[in-house]
Design a protein around this ligand. Structure first.
Ligand SMILES: CNc1nc2cc3c(=O)[nH]c(N)nc3c(CCO)c2[nH]1
Length: 375
């Protein structure tokens, strides 16, 4: 029997490399495979938290980098933490900040001690060490905390990839020490190593030796072809414990999700559904639809009459086209709602398919639905 006050991962069925099950945490269970909507600045953009919950998300992602800059980690703690602040009472996973420092901030410098950077908001200088990142995630009240790491964009030369992977391993150890023992919470390591198989294996084995509660695969979805991403998952998977969750960071399209679940991934986060929604793009059973396109101007059909999401079922494509063309806020809201609902329906479909031993059929049927619409 697992302790309800602690963190536990249960695999209830497998289908090939794919697994379905759940993570049990004090704030609630996370059904896996799971997609985590991104709530960067303490909000899943254009969504009420109740909507995010109702469409089936069990966990959302927060960002240490953004929240430490605004409203500030100590202020967030004084306000009662991120859950109360944004009114999300389920588990929250926070990224550690390394990725956003490299992708958003100016004048950043990485050394053994940590990262030094200037805020992309007001230019103020900041320093983040592995210890400070874990401290910030604790102040936010995060349930699953990510180690501070160095993510190298691809293509990159092997020495750069190797140096960053080794630094990330040393930082993983420092984060483990800083995190200590926090029942009911978890700190995940992040496998690095770029597109170099032997570096990926070295990273996975070293992190597994730390005996962490979960393992992320980082350094992917950074410009490499899908084939390279999938090859790296296949390289790493055998070297991660099968009894712990695997989290593929920053991924991905619906097809990425299905291909990665088939290779043994349990958790995902990606801005794709929310960002695409704000740009007029709808993910549906019929494939991806660009509502800005004039062909929708008099199409009275909804995006998907079979969906149980009102945004997909109750509004005509003509209306959505009008909202998108008019840059109306409701257009962003409805398409974000539709896209997150579709992503959660896809995850629920995969969980059921794995339990029934028919994931390959589910993937084929899903891709067939996309292809039929294209024709
Ligand atoms: C959009 N692609 C992407 N690749 C990522 C890769 C990493 C990574 O290697 N490390 C950390 N800490 N975060 C990452 C994130 C942000 C979370 O989505 C990524 N996001």
């Amino acid at each position: 029997m697992t302790d309800p006050l602690d963190f536990s991962f249960t695999v209830s069925a497998t289908d090939g490399q794919a697994r379905t099950g759940h993570i049990a945490m004090p704030r609630g269970n996370i059904r896996t495979p799971a997609f985590m909507p991104v709530g960067t600045a303490a909000t899943v953009k254009a969504m009420y938290p109740e909507q995010v919950r109702d469409l089936g998300a069990d966990v959302v992602l927060g960002n240490t980098y953004h929240l430490m800059l605004r409203p500030g980690a100590e202020r967030m703690a004084r306000l009662g933490g991120l859950h109360r602040f944004m009114r999300w009472d389920g588990p929250i996973l926070t990224d550690s900040g390394g990725f956003q420092v490299m992708s958003l901030s100016a004048l950043r410098k990485i050394d053994e001690e940590g990262v030094t950077f200037r805020s992309h908001i007001d230019g103020t200088a900041h320093r983040m060490s592995p210890e400070r990142s874990i401290e910030i995630q604790g102040l936010l009240g995060s349930d699953i905390q990510m180690q501070l790491d160095e993510c190298v964009r691809l293509p990159a030369e092997r020495p750069e990839i190797e140096k960053a992977m080794h630094l990330s391993l040393r930082w993983a150890e420092r984060c483990r020490v800083a995190f200590g023992e926090q029942p009911g919470k978890a700190m995940f390591g992040i496998v690095q190593g770029g597109d170099v198989p032997e570096l990926r294996v070295e990273s996975a084995r070293a992190l597994t030796d730390l005996g962490l509660k979960g393992y992320a695969i980082g350094g992917l979805a950074v410009g490499e072809p899908q084939a390279v991403m999938l090859a790296m998952i296949e390289t790493v998977e055998p070297h991660l414990p099968s009894t712990k969750p695997r989290y593929l960071m920053g991924v991905g399209t619906p097809d990425d999700l299905m291909q990665s679940v088939m290779r043994g991934i349990d958790m995902f986060d990606c801005v794709m559904p929310t960002r695409a929604g704000r740009h007029g793009l709808a993910y549906t059973r019929h494939g991806r639809i660009n509502l800005r396109n004039a062909r929708h101007a008099e199409d009275t059909r909804p995006l998907d009459e079979a969906s149980d999401c009102p945004a997909a079922r109750d509004y005509s494509r003509a209306y959505l086209h009008h909202l998108v063309r008019s840059d109306e806020i409701l257009g962003m809201m409805l398409l974000t709602w539709n896209n997150l609902a579709y992503y959660q329906a896809l995850m629920a479909g995969m969980r059921a398919a794995i339990a029934a031993g028919r994931l390959a059929d589910f993937v084929a049927e899903t891709k067939d639905g996309w292809a039929r619409a294209e024709a």
